[in-house]
Write a protein that binds this ligand. Structure first.
Ligand SMILES: *Cc1c(COP(=O)(O)O)cnc(C)c1O
Length: 423
């Protein structure tokens, strides 16, 4: 595989950006080697700067549920752009996207558009604190919620801990308001509510945890969290930045049929443009400025170009059988890969999300159950796949995404390449 041009671009990028990148995982540190610089994408395929072609399962980390450069998204965007790219004033497109979302979701009455998943979560946390008048928040080890200060925390030792900061630059006093509990632990939750009774503003969870492997929870556990929150006047936030519009149009809330108090979205909602959103009941959203006293704003919030991309993409998602077909296609891939048994190779999946792991376990529900040692197998596999034209996110902790544009030929080819690489 030629990669001279990617190498040259990376050398240059290292002069400009820390690690040569604008988001850390892109630097290939966990798999080694030189990041592939992308040049173009169409459907399920991408081409790098050296002209190599790949079947892409990263999908820009989840947003591209229709694949790259989807014609309907492109034409909506270019039509909108002809009339200007931003006004900092309301446009009809915000109403249209909101109507599409709220009209097809049983769990939301009002939303607010922002520009990233991080911003959506940060705002949702502020809303939960403002609404309840409480300071502490509870998160789970193994869930990622973007890079705002109070969420850059990891568990200390013990079942219920205040987080240790997982980044320099986050004051200890911030993370002292963040309680960290292992996923799938009822005892941890019960202890936390004994210790911090009436102080916990919200529990935040990825109802389908997909940022540290795929740590699928039992429905019963999510219901337990819902009930615990109701009992204590705590809000439950479903961070659906990945799962929203991916596991069905109503995301994990719809899939499990559990009503969260606040939901956050990102990724798919913007059709490949920078959009995030948070939403809740009218009553909770009444706390947001200018109706209420929880401040939140954005120069490019509800940007018309991004809104039209979101409208075009979500309109496709709402077509009959969209998710059934996506799931059936993913099943082809997962069934094909499940015939491989080398080094305890396993594929975990839900909807159109899949995760490759090397483990003896048949269920993995908490971060601590992932064997860091096994990542060396992923590292080798990743490069073999890359050489053979399959592009995965460059870390064994990341999930892959099947999108509408993957053909059965793509899936077949992928299964073949995995077999050649692993057996
Ligand atoms: C990606 C992600 C975020 C952060 O979104 P950005 O757009 O990268 O800021 C937050 N929460 C979850 C669950 C995510 O997957």
């Amino acid at each position: 595989m030629k990669n001279n041009i990617s190498q040259q671009l990376f050398e240059k990028a290292k002069q400009y950006f820390p690690g040569g990148v604008n988001s850390p995982v892109r630097a290939f540190r966990s798999v080694g080697g030189v990041p592939v610089f992308m040049e173009k994408g169409k459907g399920a395929h991408v081409w790098d700067a050296d002209g190599n072609e790949y079947i892409d399962y990263c999908g820009s980390w989840g947003p591209l549920i229709l694949g790259h450069a989807n014609d309907k998204v492109l034409s909506a965007v270019s039509k909108t752009m002809q009339n200007g790219t931003s006004f900092g004033a309301p446009t009809r497109l915000e109403n249209e996207l909101a109507e599409l979302i709220i009209g097809n979701n049983r769990f939301l009455e009002k939303i607010r558009f922002v520009s990233s998943g991080t911003e959506a979560v940060m705002s949702a946390i502020r809303l939960a604190r403002g609404f309840t008048g409480r300071n502490k928040i509870l998160k789970f080890e193994g869930c990622y919620h973007g890079h705002s200060d109070s969420l850059l925390v990891k568990a200390g030792s013990g079942l219920v801990t205040f987080g240790n900061t997982s980044s320099a630059g986050v004051p200890k006093s911030f993370v002292e308001e963040t309680i960290v509990v292992p996923l799938n632990s009822m005892q941890g939750i019960e202890e936390a509510f004994v210790k911090f009774k009436d102080q916990i503003a919200c529990i935040i969870i990825e109802p389908i945890p997909a940022n540290n492997g795929l740590l699928l929870q039992d429905r019963m556990y999510l219901q337990f969290l819902r009930d615990t929150c109701t009992k204590h006047g705590t809000l439950i936030i479903f961070d659906e930045v990945i799962s929203g519009f991916r596991i069905g149009f109503e995301g994990a809330a719809g899939y499990y049929d559990i009503k969260p108090d606040i939901v956050t979205y990102g990724k798919i909602i913007g059709g490949g443009f920078p959009v995030g959103a948070y939403g809740a009941s009218k009553e909770i959203m009444a706390s947001i400025s200018p109706d209420g006293n929880v401040y939140q704003a954005g120069t490019l919030s509800g940007n018309p170009v991004a809104m039209s991309a979101g409208i075009a993409q979500l309109t496709e998602c709402l077509k009959p059988n969209f998710y059934q077909e996506l799931e059936a296609k993913t099943k082809l891939l997962v069934d094909g890969l499940s015939e491989i048994h080398t080094n305890n190779f396993k594929v975990f999946s839900i909807g159109s999300i899949f995760w490759i792991a090397f483990t003896e376990k048949h269920h993995i529900k908490a971060a601590e159950e992932i064997d860091a040692e096994s990542m060396r197998y992923f590292k080798t596999l990743f490069h073999q796949l890359l050489e053979s034209g399959i592009y995965l996110g460059p870390s064994g902790y990341e999930v892959g995404f099947v999108n509408e544009a993957h053909t059965s030929a793509d899936i077949q080819r992928t299964v073949e390449v995995f077999k050649e690489s692993l057996i």
